[in-house]
Design a binder for this molecule. Structure first.
Ligand SMILES: [Zn+2]
Length: 492
């Protein structure tokens, strides 16, 4: 048991008491939707996020028993044997949720040759390095990404690993799940895939793509071995053909069928660049979302990364079908791709979550920093009232948890999963910002690091350091794996 004593502020992510009636109404609507099969969580999650303002609590204790929040209240009596943590300097958030990443890219960030490239040229250059990935590189890059995420407040993350080099020799999901268990994060990766290489007018080199029959077999095996459907599971699996320009339509369709057979979710990159629109019109004679729709790759169990180039009709289709979007602001700015229409998505009832994207286009896994980027970038598009701090935090917590299938995470209330990020705001960089301590995490601050991170009721980060892994061991081993990768590709 853990008792967080006198939390300076708590962002609960649920509507305040004054909105209780409305909240109950929304939940009833969601239950009714579930009975009739009409996208139950889409509208309610988006609406709950919009209404989460005014939900902060001050000076209260949080009692954690097992993997759940048992009680929130004033001066809770500490049960015998409970560890007491003084939280009087901390803003407490539900653990942040990252819904799109490519862990292996942590080893190839900031490469001068593609610092200024846009997506397609950037990909074609980097594939030549990534095709040299070995098991050590996958393992230590996963550790590195997970460690950075944990230290910046992320308790639940996905990963989109789609690159399976020929002759790799080990099972990639096994390596990644082991890394996540050692860091202590809740993990919902995807079994990604690429099947269309240069010889079939795709972008990736021939040695990085796989046979479609094998992809489907291995996807099925990965679900069977690792997917835990329990609402408080630490492991889930989704299927994620990489993009319309690296797999066939047939693989998209069969992946969707397989996912539905097992009740797992579906993910892919979509509507990231104008080049993608052109490619799909040329290859398929249809826009990217139409291709997905024709493959059965839309619905409340589907989320896309980026979603910048959807037109109005397409946004309505996303809302109507309950299909979600991972917003990746840093990557979109870094590659000059464009600005996702998050404001309009939320207003239309489209589900939105937040993601850092791969580390070759961010080039970090700073989760709280990403929330700040989302706040600022929407204002470039929509003006100073474009989006509020709590709305962004709602997307980054409950929005992501719901999108990945963890309906009991992403908020702080009795019964919810004990995934909590504690940020110390009694620091120089927050001084003068305490008129709104929760929003200060996005408007102010500089290092974005948690003091403590609890996942499933256990410390993943304690007093600013990883609780279960030696950080130097990760730094040294990931550094060596990166050097090996560069040497294989002939880059000094
Ligand atoms: Zn990506």
């Amino acid at each position: 048991m853990i008792l967080l004593r006198r939390c300076y502020r708590i962002f609960t992510g649920v509507a305040g008491a004054e909105n209780a009636d409305e909240r109950i109404g929304l939940e009833a609507a969601a239950r009714a939707g579930a009975r009739t099969g009409k996208r139950p969580e889409a509208k309610s999650a988006a609406a709950a996020i919009r209404r989460a303002a005014g939900s902060d609590l001050a000076g209260l204790d949080i009692l954690i028993e097992g993997n759940r929040i048992a009680a929130i209240g004033r001066d809770i009596e500490a049960p015998g044997g409970a560890e007491i943590i003084d939280a009087s300097r901390h803003v407490v958030l539900p653990g942040l949720v990252n819904t799109h990443h490519h862990f292996y890219q942590t080893l190839t960030r900031n490469i001068p040759a593609v610092q200024d490239a846009k997506l397609f040229r950037w990909l074609v250059y980097l594939y030549e390095i990534w095709k040299g990935l070995d098991p050590e590189a996958v393992y230590w890059s996963s550790m590195l990404a997970l460690a950075e995420l944990a230290k910046t407040g992320c308790s639940l993350t996905s990963d989109h690993h789609y690159l399976y080099p020929q002759g790799f020799g080990q099972d990639i999901p096994s390596l990644q799940f082991e890394a996540a268990a050692r860091i202590g994060l809740r993990f919902a990766p995807t079994r990604g895939s690429m099947s269309r290489s240069k010889k079939d007018k795709g972008l990736p080199p021939d040695s990085t793509v796989q046979d479609e029959g094998f992809i489907l077999e291995h996807s099925q095996e990965t679900i069977r071995r690792f997917h835990d459907p329990a609402p408080d599971g630490m492991r889930k699996v989704a299927l994620a053909p990489c993009s319309p320009f690296s797999v066939s339509e047939d693989l998209m369709r069969r992946s969707a069928e397989l996912a539905r057979r097992y009740g797992v979710r579906l993910h892919t990159h979509l509507a990231e660049t104008a080049d993608e629109d052109e490619y799909c019109l040329r290859m398929y004679g249809r826009r990217p979302l139409k291709v997905m729709e024709d493959c059965g790759f839309v619905g409340p169990d589907v989320w896309y990364a980026h979603g910048i180039f959807f037109n109005d009709r397409e946004l309505d289709l996303l809302a109507r079908t309950g299909t979600g979007v991972s917003h990746c602001p840093s990557s979109n700015m870094r590659l000059g791709s464009g600005i996702c229409r998050v404001r309009e998505m939320l207003d239309r009832g489209v589900k939105v979550s937040l993601a850092v994207d791969g580390s070759a286009s961010n080039d970090s896994s700073d989760m709280l920093g990403e929330a700040r980027q989302a706040l600022l970038l929407q204002r470039v598009r929509y003006g100073s009232a474009g989006i509020g701090a709590r709305e962004v935090l709602g997307i980054a917590t409950r929005g992501g948890a719901s999108m990945l299938g963890f309906e009991e995470a992403g908020r702080i209330e009795p019964g919810a999963l004990a995934d909590l990020a504690l940020f110390d705001v009694m620091k120089l960089e927050y001084t003068g910002a305490h008129s709104d301590p929760v929003a200060a995490l996005l408007f102010s601050g500089c290092d974005h690091r948690v003091d403590h991170l609890l996942v499933n009721g256990k410390f993943a980060v304690r007093s600013g350091r990883l609780a279960m892994m030696d950080e130097e061991e990760i730094r040294i081993n990931a550094g060596k794996a990166a050097e090996r990768l560069y040497a294989k590709a002939g880059i000094a």
